[in-house]
Ligand binder design. Structure first.
Ligand code: NAD
Length: 472
């Protein structure tokens, strides 16, 4: 996911500030054309947001919390509409899209619960009283990718608002529609004007302007590791606060003592959900050698039975890829002569690619090392626990991972040894809005979600108040 124009229309590919063309990935039909924000638009938005933030931070915490709860309620009233929009602009299957809209509601509710609980500390010191104040940063820029447009926008936006900041959200080029609708719903809910603004635009134009703007105190960037490194370097110029959520190449480790049927049943959707366009996708399936063949026998029907097709139809497991560019990229990793298991996908218009599991791949091969961001996994055998840990950690990433075993001691040992931010045992769950999420190594910096989400949008100020009388 390196090219910043990944998901964009032709004008975005040239980096020009032309309008954004939103295509339905299942049909290739134009869904909408959206004007793209320029650098001057970003400047003007920062001025408006700065004013709105001052007033927002001065509101009583209970009032800010109430407005965010109302925003959550309005989102809840529009779950079906938002989900339908997500199906059309991103090709997500309807069940997922509904979950995503509900996730925005839940994030807002959860963050609202933190407003009155965002407390500093009182630290014992001689000669006075020492307290810490958690102050809002000011204006926060949230830059979102196309793969989960709604939830990821809300991961940054909800806690930033709750901590007293204003938010400027730049959605990805190909998926601006849900973000724009959320900004309208925020106003309907009574949030102050200009507090939460959406700036649809090209990454190298609007995104870059947000990153470079001295009036933006923090950037929350979710996207490719390549662009994330550029963002980090530009933020360094101003020592700007930054949270990065980047790529992944996560392992799914199956030990010989595991419940193999359960592991094989769960494996397909651990890398096929959202057509594999998931930073947490478990795309390296590591299987202990004595059960390798048996596991593949169980996995084959599970892969072949995955239903790929119209994302709006009930019962569809997997929809299309986001774009022609993404389809071409996924195809570049796989050749017809590679052995493995292949599912079915529709022909005709739309960006379709079948579920694919490759066997006999060298662990150093491109497809085993790079983030494909499509419905492609490799299966690699391992000998023992040490070998599994070595293979799991043989990556520059460190976002997620799963391990399957009936041995509790092993589950703990391997969880401690794998260098990744989000692990699950006998499960593939990674993301809950109330538990922390983020990556080791080149998967990112900082954590989102969970009980500390609001703190990441504050500065800590230490104040010492002397209790000594005036000098005589
Ligand atoms: P991308 O890096 O191409 O784009 C992400 C966002 O950055 C878009 O809004 C884009 O317009 C913007 N952008 C591009 N160039 C920019 C620049 N120079 N300055 C500022 N902003 C710029 O990524 P993508 O292809 O949209 O998303 C897929 C990637 O996101 C994958 O690598 C995936 O693993 C990663 N991702 C990570 C997480 C996580 O939480 N760790 C979650 C979802 C996706």
């Amino acid at each position: 996911m390196s090219d910043p124009s990944d998901s964009s229309g032709p004008s975005a590919r040239s980096g020009s500030p032309g309008p954004l063309q939103v295509l339905n990935p299942a049909t290739e039909e134009v869904v909408a054309t959206v004007p793209a924000a320029s650098a001057a638009d970003v400047d003007a938005a920062v001025v408006r947001a700065t004013r709105a933030q001052t007033a927002w931070a001065a509101l009583a915490p209970g009032d800010r919390a109430r407005l965010l709860r109302r925003f959550a309620t309005v989102v809840d009233d529009h779950v079906e509409e938002l989900a339908a929009l997500e199906v059309r602009e991103a090709g997500h299957v309807l069940g997922n899209a509904r979950w995503e809209a509900g996730n925005v509601r839940d994030l807002l509710d959860y963050a609202a619960g933190g407003v009155e609980r965002l407390t500093g500390r009182q630290i014992p010191v001689p000669g006075g009283l020492d307290v810490t104040l958690l102050e809002p940063l000011g204006v926060v820029g949230v830059i979102a990718p196309w793969n989960f447009p709604m939830p990821i926008a809300a991961w940054g936006t909800a806690p930033a608002l709750a901590a007293g900041n204003a938010v400027l959200l730049k959605p990805a080029e190909s998926t601006p529609l849900t973000a724009l609708r959320l900004a309208e719903l925020a106003l309907d809910a009574g949030l102050p004007e200009h507090l939460f603004q959406v700036l649809p635009g090209h990454g190298p134009v609007a995104g870059d302007a947000l990153v470079r703007h001295p009036g933006v105190a923090k950037i929350v960037f979710t996207g490719s590791t390549r662009v994330g490194k550029q963002v980090l370097a530009r933020c360094a110029d101003q020592v700007k606060r930054v949270t990065l959520e980047l790529g992944g190449k996560s392992p799914n480790i199956v030990f010989a003592d595991a419940d193999l049927e359960a592991a094989a049943t769960a494996a397909p959707m651990s890398f096929l959900d959202n057509s594999g366009q998931d930073c947490c996708a478990r795309t390296r399936i590591l299987v202990q050698r004595p059960v390798y063949d048996r596991f593949l026998d169980l996995l084959a029907p599970a892969i072949e039975n995955v239903t790929v097709g119209d994302p709006a139809a009930p019962g569809t497991d997997m929809g299309p890829l986001i774009s022609r560019l993404q389809l071409d990229r996924v195809r570049s990793y796989v050749t017809a002569d590679m052995p493995g298991i292949r599912g079915k996908a529709p022909d005709g218009p739309g960006y379709w690619y079948p579920p694919t599991v490759l066997t006999g791949v060298d662990p150093g091969a491109r497809v085993a090392v790079e983030e494909v961001f499509g419905p492609v996994a490799v299966v690699l055998p391992f000998e023992d626990e040490a070998d599994a840990i070595r293979l799991a950690n043989a990556t520059e990433y460190g976002l997620s991972g799963s391990l399957w075993t009936r041995d509790v001691g092993r589950a703990l040992r391997v969880s401690q040894a794998v260098r990744a931010g989000n692990l699950s045992v006998n499960s593939h769950s990674s993301v809950r809005y109330w538990t922390p999420f983020g990556g080791y190594r080149q998967s990112g910096i900082g954590r989102e979600l969970g009980p500390d989400a609001l703190v990441a949008f504050t500065e800590t100020k230490n104040v010492f108040i002397s209790t000594e009388g005036p000098a005589q």
